[in-house]
Design a binder for this molecule. Structure first.
Ligand code: MN
Ligand code: MN
Length: 318
C-alpha cells in the first residue's frame, strides 16, 4: 500500500485483500473495512448480518447487532489482528455482503429466508461469518451448512444451553434451536461441546458441557484440550452467543447471566483452537442499546476476528 490517506475503503479499496489504515472514527463502516459487495466471484469468506430478533425471550434489540459490530470493528481494522503472526486478509478474500433481507411482518417466513441467504453464499463456494441477530439465526444457518458438510461438530459458547425441549414444528425461539438441530441430525452432539453455560437444563441432548465454573476452575488450557479432543478433525460450526461473556464484559445483550467468561478467557480459548476444521461461524445476541462504551460490540468484533484468523489458519493459501 502507499501512504496516502484513504477513506471509505468499504467502497474504494482496490483489492479484496490486505489491511489498510483508515481513520478509525470516520467513513463507511463495513466489517473490518472490507469491501461492500454482492459479487461472490473469487471470494473466500462472506461476512453478513442477520438483523433478526423476533425469537428473543427477554430484552429485544439484537437486530441492531450487525450494525454495532461493524462500527466497533473499525476501531481494530487498522492493523494486523494481535497476537497472530499472519494477517488473514493477506490470505483470504473477505467481503462484507451487507445484511440478509426479510419482511419482519411475516416472521414465519424469515427462517427460510435466512437459509436461502446462506444457501446462495455457500453454494458459490464461500464460507460464512455471520453477525446476529438473536441466536435463533444459527438454526437456519446450520441447516444450510449441514446440507453442504453433513452433520457438524458444534462448538457453542453461551450462558445458555439452547437445547430446552420444544415441540416439533415452526416455533421461533432462541432457546431451543440446538434441541432441534441435534434431533434433526444437523449437528453430531457426540462431537460437539458447549462452553460457559450457567443456566439450568438437565437435558443436554448428548452435548458435552464445559460450564462456566469449569472454565474458571480448570483454566483455559484444559478447556482448549477438552474441546480439541471432542471435535477432532470433524467439520466445525462455531457459534458464539455474546452472553457467554460475563455481564461485566458484555452488558449489551438480551439475557445477561452473572458468572461468565471474561473477554480475555474467550479470546484465549478461541486462539487455542488453531488447526480445527472450521467451516462456518457466527457471533450473535449483541444488543447495542444496553451496551456501554461499545464494550460488547468491541468484544464481538474482536471475537469475530479471532474466528477469521482460525479459519485462515486452516484454509489460507500462501
Ligand atoms: Mn444462545
Ligand atoms: Mn445465551
Amino acid at each position: 500500500m502507499d501512504n496516502a490517506p484513504t477513506n471509505d475503503q468499504a467502497i474504494t479499496r482496490d483489492s479484496l485483500y490486505g489491511t489498510n489504515a483508515e481513520s478509525t472514527y470516520a467513513g463507511i463502516t463495513s466489517f473490518m473495512r472490507r469491501r461492500y459487495s454482492r459479487d461472490l466471484r473469487g471470494v473466500d469468506v462472506v461476512v453478513s448480518g442477520v438483523p433478526f430478533d423476533t425469537a428473543t425471550s427477554n430484552r429485544p434489540g439484537a437486530r441492531f447487532g450487525p450494525r454495532g459490530i461493524r462500527e466497533a470493528s473499525c476501531a481494530i481494522a487498522w492493523e494486523r489482528h494481535w497476537p497472530w503472526t499472519f494477517d488473514p486478509f493477506d490470505h483470504l478474500a473477505v467481503i462484507d455482503y451487507g445484511d440478509c433481507a426479510f419482511d419482519p411482518g411475516f416472521p414465519q417466513s424469515v427462517p427460510d429466508e435466512i437459509e436461502a441467504h446462506a444457501e446462495k453464499i455457500l453454494s458459490a463456494g464461500c464460507a460464512m461469518l455471520t453477525l446476529g441477530g438473536d441466536h435463533f439465526i444459527s438454526y437456519p444457518l446450520l441447516k444450510a451448512h449441514a446440507r453442504q458438510h453433513g452433520p457438524l461438530s458444534l462448538i457453542h459458547f453461551d450462558a445458555h444451553s439452547d437445547t430446552w425441549p420444544d415441540e416439533e414444528g415452526a416455533r421461533i425461539d432462541h432457546g431451543t434451536m440446538f434441541w432441534h438441530a441435534a434431533r434433526e441430525g444437523l449437528v453430531d452432539p457426540s462431537r460437539s461441546v458447549q462452553i460457559g453455560l450457567r443456566t439450568t437444563n438437565d437435558d443436554h441432548q448428548g452435548f458435552e458441557v464445559l460450564d462456566a465454573r469449569q472454565v474458571h476452575r480448570r483454566g483455559c488450557a484444559q478447556i482448549i484440550e477438552a474441546i480439541r479432543a471432542r471435535v477432532g478433525d470433524h467439520p466445525v460450526y462455531l457459534t458464539f452467543d455474546i452472553d457467554c461473556l460475563d455481564p461485566a464484559f458484555a452488558p449489551g445483550t438480551g439475557t445477561p447471566v452473572c458468572g461468565g467468561l471474561s473477554t480475555a478467557q474467550a479470546l484465549e480459548i478461541l486462539s487455542g483452537l488453531r488447526g480445527i476444521n472450521l467451516v462456518g461461524m457466527d457471533v450473535v445476541e449483541v444488543a447495542p442499546a444496553y451496551d456501554h462504551a461499545e464494550i460488547t460490540s468491541l468484544a464481538a468484533a474482536t471475537l469475530a476476528m479471532e474466528m477469521l484468523c482460525l479459519y485462515a489458519a486452516r484454509h489460507k493459501v500462501d
